[in-house]
Design a protein around this ligand. Structure first.
Ligand code: SF4
Length: 106
């Protein structure tokens, strides 16, 4: 007996377990999204982020990826100092899959 055809939207997705080659979540904000965790990074980076925060409204208008995102490597240039919200972002979770779909990444 033939199996029923699935509509495109019903095709099961491969599980996502790595950020390699992706970086779409870094396209959802124009600057590193620090909250009260900015004190945890080196002072030079704090100064840079505070300056970026001062220009936040302007940066949102430019609709670019986060200023710390490297387009070539698709990675954060200050990965070891990234904000807590970036550390807690769950690879392969619902939000991750939604954003990957928005940018048409597998
Ligand atoms: S991981 Fe780095 S590049 Fe990506 S949003 Fe966070 S701070 Fe920006």
């Amino acid at each position: 007996m033939p199996l029923p055809m699935l509509e495109t939207a019903e095709v099961p997705r491969e599980p996502v377990s790595t950020c390699a080659g992706c970086g779409v979540c870094c396209r959802e904000q124009p600057l590193p999204p620090f909250l009260d965790d900015i004190d945890l990074i080196p002072i030079e980076l704090q100064k840079e982020v505070i300056e970026l925060q001062r220009r936040e409204a302007e940066l949102w208008q430019l609709a670019r990826p986060c200023t710390w995102f490297n387009e070539e490597t698709k990675q954060c240039i200050h990965h070891e100092h990234r904000p807590n919200i970036c550390r807690e972002y769950e690879v392969g979770a619902e939000l991750c899959l939604e954003i990957r779909e928005k940018y048409r990444i597998g």
